[in-house]
Design a protein around this ligand. Structure first.
Ligand code: MN
Length: 245
């Protein structure tokens, strides 16, 4: 009997403002994901998440669907993205999801891959990397999470508008991964396969690392359609677009 594949998705940016994406992802969790050996969500599951108490009807629906998936016996893992880096232990408990470090080594069958959201590879964006260092600091997070929910939501909204203005000003090149950072990450993790999202530029790239070919697969976002990578235990893979009906 063939073993089930592992599935990888990222950059869903789920939010009440995009109900079609929310419905498509919930149908995905209730459909194809049920036959997976595991589901990996590689960051930016939510458009924003300012703490595990930041629930609305949409986020609640998604959490319930995730819980139903894990209850059905499909292990589910989350790498936090730049939009939802505050996903915490209460979220993990209610969905029965495992939160992973970024980057992280994932091994199953003959597969050994390096998994990361991808923002760490965008080292040419110095402003963003400085901001990332600040907001990933446990002390900063402790202070931020101590603020009341409306204040946190207001601050996150302002940060998103600032980030949009920064992206509008920045060159296309700066917002993509830095090739040297990719090579360094391949070397540090000893892998020949890397999977990430963040850039919203779905593709499969080949990099030469110390004379060997290494593959980097970039997942797509879910703004107008779905994107999913399936990886079989024998190493075969397919990066798929999931049309929205
Ligand atoms: Mn991102």
């Amino acid at each position: 009997m063939p073993t089930s594949p592992c599935l990888f998705v990222s950059d869903l940016h789920l939010d009440a403002a995009l109900p079609a994406a929310v419905s498509q992802f919930i149908a995905f969790l209730q459909g194809p994901a049920r036959n997976a050996a595991a589901l990996y969500i590689v960051g930016d599951l939510f458009e924003s998440w300012v703490g595990d108490d930041d629930l609305d009807f949409t986020r609640e629906r998604v959490c319930v669907a995730l819980r139903e998936l894990t209850s059905a016996g499909v292990p589910c893992f989350v790498v936090r993205g730049n939009r939802d880096f505050l996903l915490g232990d209460a979220f993990a408990r209610r969905t029965n999801i495992h939160l992973l470090p970024d980057p992280v080594l994932v091994e199953f069958g003959a597969v050994k891959l390096c998994l990361l959201h991808g923002d760490l590879l965008c080292t040419d964006d110095h402003n963003y990397q400085s901001l990332r260092t600040v907001v990933r600091d446990p002390q900063w997070q402790k202070h931020f999470l101590a603020l009341d929910l409306p204040t946190r939501r207001a601050l996150a909204g302002a940060a998103r508008r600032g980030s949009q203005a920064h992206m509008d000003r920045s060159k296309y090149q700066i917002m993509d991964v830095n090739p040297a950072a990719v090579i360094t990450t391949f070397r540090a993790t000893g892998t020949k396969l890397m999977v990430h999202g963040h850039t919203h530029r779905p593709a499969t790239h080949t990099h030469m690392v110390d004379g060997d070919a290494a593959i980097r697969i970039v997942l797509g976002d879910w703004y107008t359609q779905g994107s999913c990578l399936r990886v079989e235990a024998d190493g075969r893979y397919e990066l798929m677009s999931l049309p929205r009906s």
